[in-house]
Design a protein around this ligand. Structure first.
Ligand SMILES: CCCCC/C=C\C/C=C\C/C=C\C/C=C\CCCC(=O)SCCNC(=O)CCNC(=O)[C@H](O)C(C)(C)COP(=O)(O)OP(=O)(O)OC[C@H]1O[C@@H](n2cnc3c(N)ncnc32)[C@H](O)[C@@H]1OP(=O)(O)O
Length: 229
């Protein structure tokens, strides 16, 4: 268990960067990730000729080489400063620097309840024209985990159960989550995702656990989250 603690808590990195600097950098990194997301969409949907594809590829390789001149040695982890600002720019769903992450902003409605609205394009397709079921699961897991944690305690997904009730078309979608029940270290969260104003496409129930190896203290004012997710 200590290995788990070391592995997980080791990725919570105290990084004494002033909050205004974090925010400036976050804007810059988000803007780049947005452009890369656009590149992904354009790559999927382009019909330009093969030689043009090769030329674009060479330029992209050049850009990658420029970014590689200064890199972290591993994944981004979760960083925080002593002002209580935290940032997790690599996260697979809400990472501001992560162009693979769907473009989502999770809004917390007070403790125990959250929602998000986003537009999912060609990069998130499963069945033709529909959102991939794994993408729905990914996004639900994130909003449910954040809801269980409230950024004031460490929670991990124990069991996630999904019911795919109807196909979810690509385009604007909305998801919602709330804590349904809580007992000791076990927190049950219910959630759904679908087209706004319509019946849910996917319903989810999850059991989130405060791990036995987690530092027990629930911080009094919570752990301040990244302002933009
Ligand atoms: C100082 C404060 C820190 C504050 C931190 C603040 C903020 C954190 C910042 C950001 C986080 C914010 C939001 C979260 C965001 C995103 C969510 C991402 C979600 C994920 O992507 S997360 C990755 C996938 N997730 C895993 O990688 C888990 C791997 N796994 C383990 O790490 C362990 O397996 C663990 C911890 C699950 C359990 O370990 P454990 O030692 O705590 O459990 P233990 O044996 O004590 O069991 C106690 C009772 O739970 C029952 N139980 C146990 N496991 C169960 C299961 N899986 N399902 C159903 N019930 C289960 C037992 O049956 C027993 O039940 P009973 O008491 O009734 O007998």
């Amino acid at each position: 268990m200590h290995d788990n603690l070391g592995m997980t808590m080791g990725m919570f990195i105290h990084d004494e960067v002033p909050t205004d600097e974090v925010e400036r950098r976050e804007k810059a990194v988000s803007a780049l990730a947005d452009s890369v997301r656009d590149l992904v969409d354009a790559t999927i949907r382009t019909t330009v000729a093969d030689d043009e594809l090769a030329a674009v590829r060479a330029e992209v390789d050049g850009l990658v080489a420029r970014l590689r001149t200064a890199q972290l040695p591993g994944p981004a982890g979760v960083r925080y400063n002593s002002e209580g600002r935290s940032w997790n720019w690599g996260n697979a769903v809400v990472g501001r620097g992560n162009a693979v992450a769907p473009p989502v902003d999770i809004v917390h409605d007070g403790f125990g309840s959250a929602y998000a609205e986003m537009t999912l394009g060609a990069a998130y397709e499963g069945p033709p024209g529909m959102v991939h079921g794994g993408v729905s699961a990914l996004m639900l897991d994130q909003i449910m985990g954040e809801t269980a944690s409230g950024f004031r305690r460490l929670t991990m997904t124990g069991t996630l159960t999904l019911r795919y009730r109807r196909p979810l078309p690509l385009g604007p979608v909305r998801m919602e989550a709330r804590i349904a029940h809580e007992e000791g270290r076990k927190i049950t969260v219910e959630a759904q995702i679908g087209v706004r104003g319509e019946d849910a496409a996917v319903e989810a129930t999850g059991l989130f656990l405060i791990p036995s190896w987690a530092p027990l203290a629930e911080t009094e004012q919570g752990w301040s989250r990244s302002a933009e997710g």
